[in-house]
Ligand binder design. Structure first.
Ligand code: PLP
Length: 476
């Protein structure tokens, strides 16, 4: 499989180079040159198979020969064997037509583990083969950083720096990043919000001398290898619920648009998905887009679902690429306008290419707490605030379908993106008491935190990194 940049000016690359590069050199995002297709029989043959086997079959065509299939298979098996549920992504029925897919069974209790754990092992394998080292720089609204720190800790060929917005991640998320005691891990509290973190990261990547000097690499969801493993759980859920013979829908709490883009990818690959519900919080740039065709940056405000507090969804560019019929010049034009004016618009025909599939709902903090309370009363499930966004959006969709003369009875799966114990404040507000901590999180609360603080300043960040990368050139 070869990968092309959405902006058309970066070289076409195979999987291993895309993995290490993260962002394309023209500022675009890498996407597969075509979608591997799974026939109905391929899908049927996945029935009854363990999660790791489904995941291997979904990922293998994207990796091709860059990693030997038996190495890939072992990596995938090891990763999901380390999760705390044998199904990796178990499904629970909430009520007729509505399911919950639990994606918090990895080491840091959020769905980011499903991809980050695979990505870190792939990095390790490829760097070992090449005798190279890299410096990972990531920006996080909370869960990505925790997942990265856990996945990369103690990897000899990798130094890992994670920027998080100071005071804007949950205390539990912060501790997951600051209590990891490994010489190659550096969590940085940046003065600013998540978008400042993302902008600073982009600036560091744009500084070519610095990027080459420390061999910089990105593991944000702009990295294709973050999307790829997530596609697997959509196949897994669909197959459990009757695909290919019955279509399935998903409701996805959305921030950077990585997770729901993985669902879109699954559909392009032949999984019958009849709808994708994009749930946003008060930071509703995506909801406004799907309703109007205009993407416009407004402010960003802190909410009860901090992992979705973003004003620009970086992965949206991948969907937009398909909306402009994979024309990189048209895409680059839109993005230039976006950078200049803080907004762009697609025309009605372009919006129509996705509006039959995507719908969106905005769920504010009051609706989040109400959903957590109601769901506890109805089904006894304790939802985290992000999951509550997806469930609330799903319930709105189902309420509309129920009024149709021909109700759509296909399954709708809401994604449970994190364990509620990570977001005490929202649970406290909804139920009047704190969530019970899983033992691993309770132990973490006792560990000392290692703090680094930095102002929003590129030179300071670069110095900080240069001072701390290990073995410069040693393995080159
Ligand atoms: C990352 C995250 C999201 C948002 O996912 P995107 O892929 O950025 O759209 C939602 N909920 C939780 C718990 C997350 O960690």
């Amino acid at each position: 499989m070869q990968y092309v940049s959405t902006r058309g000016q970066a070289p076409t690359l195979p999987f291993d180079d895309v993995l290490l590069a993260g962002l394309a050199s023209d500022g675009g995002l890498y996407v597969p040159a075509f979608w591997p297709l799974f026939s109905k029989d391929d899908l049927r043959s996945m029935r009854g198979k363990p999660y790791a086997e489904v995941a291997f079959r979904v990922m293998q065509p994207f990796v091709g020969e860059t990693v030997p299939p038996e190495v890939l298979r072992t990596i995938i098996q090891e990763v999901y064997a380390g999760f705390d549920h044998t199904c990796a992504a178990p499904l629970k029925q909430l009520r007729s037509g509505l399911w919950l897919m639990e994606l918090f069974h990895g080491p840091t209790f959020a769905f980011k583990d499903y991809a980050m754990q695979v990505l870190a092992r792939l990095f390790d394998h490829i760097l070992e083969q090449r005798g190279e080292r890299v410096t990972i720089l990531g920006a996080t609204s909370g869960d990505t950083g925790a997942a990265a720190v856990e996945a990369f800790r103690d990897k000899d060929r990798i130094d890992c720096f994670i920027l998080f917005p100071k005071g804007r991640v949950s205390p539990m998320q912060q501790r997951q990043m600051t209590t990891v005691d490994a010489p190659n891990i550096h969590a940085i509290a940046l003065e600013g919000n998540f978008d400042d973190c993302q902008d600073l990261l982009k600036a560091a990547f744009a500084d070519e001398q610095f990027r080459m000097g420390v061999n910089l690499s990105a593991v944000n969801s702009i990295n294709w290898a973050r999307i790829m493993p997530q596609i697997a759980y959509y196949f897994w859920a669909g197959i459990q619920l009757g695909a290919p013979d019955v279509p399935v829908g998903f409701s996805v709490p959305t921030g950077n648009f990585g997770n729901v883009y993985a669902a879109y990818a699954a559909r392009q690959m032949g999984l019958p998905i009849d709808r994708l519900v994009v749930g946003t919080n008060q930071n509703d740039i995506l909801d406004r887009f799907f309703r109007s065709g205009t993407m416009e940056i407004l402010g960003v405000e802190p909410t009860l679902s901090p992992s979705m507090d973003i004003q620009v969804s970086s992965n949206f560019e991948r969907l937009l690429f398909d909306m402009v019929d994979r024309d990189p010049a048209a895409l680059a034009n839109l993005m230039t306008g976006f950078r200049r004016d803080g907004k762009f618009a697609v025309d009605a025909d372009q919006l129509a290419t996705v509006s039959h599939l995507f719908q969106s709902h905005k769920v504010d903090d009051d609706a989040i707490t109400a959903t957590i309370r109601d769901e506890m009363a109805q089904s006894g499930e304790l939802l985290d605030p992000h999951t509550a966004v997806g469930v609330a959006a799903a319930l709105r969709v189902l309420a509309v379908s129920a009024k149709d003369t021909c109700p759509n009875t296909n399954a709708l799966v809401a994604l449970a993106c994190a364990h509620p114990a990570k977001f005490e404040k929202a649970v406290q507000r909804a139920l009047g008491h704190s969530p019970e901590l899983p033992p691993r999180l309770a132990e973490m609360m006792e560990l000392p935190e290692k703090h680094n603080g930095l102002p929003n300043d590129l030179a300071k960040l670069e110095n900080f990194i240069q001072d701390r990368v290990r073995g410069q050139g040693a393995a080159a």
